[in-house]
Write a protein of this length. Structure first.
Length: 142
């Protein structure tokens, strides 16, 4: 019910992001979605890719500080307000969203997020018949 997300810690200076992207490019790994959150000294580059475990290994081999974590991803109809509807379901269940990013893929809205309670989130997804994306589906999405 969860997917792997890579979190890469990079310094805020020229050339650090390109190193990460070049490793993925040379490895033939497709980025599905990514986001960068930054501070004055460093950034956290979060990404979902077609082969997360292989990407993790390749980045580690290249000496890049990378962590692997589980996040939730749900599919939504590409209709205004569907994200608000989904977040309302989690809010009513008492679940806090730690962070979230979204994108469109194959005519569907995709919400990627982390919560403060993974078990309750899983139960809420099932109880409300939300369409989740599993790790083995990622390669078929691109």
């Amino acid at each position: 019910m969860t997917i792997n997300q890579l979190s890469i810690f990079i310094e805020n200076r020229s050339g650090t992001l390109i190193k990460v992207l070049e490793v993925l490019k040379q490895s033939g790994i497709q980025i599905i979605a990514s986001t960068i959150a930054d501070t004055a000294e460093y950034g956290i580059y979060r990404l979902i890719c077609s082969e997360s475990m292989r990407a993790f290994d390749e980045l580690k081999k290249a000496g890049i500080a990378v962590a692997l974590s589980d996040v939730f991803a749900i599919k939504l109809d590409n209709v205004p307000g569907r994200a608000a509807d989904a977040i309302e379901i989690f809010s009513q269940a008492g679940i806090s969203i730690t962070y979230m990013y979204s994108f469109l893929l194959g005519g569907k809205g995709i919400l990627v997020f982390r919560t403060d309670n993974a078990d309750l989130t899983r139960d809420t997804i099932v109880k409300n018949n939300l369409q989740f994306i599993a790790e083995d589906e990622l390669a078929s999405l691109v």
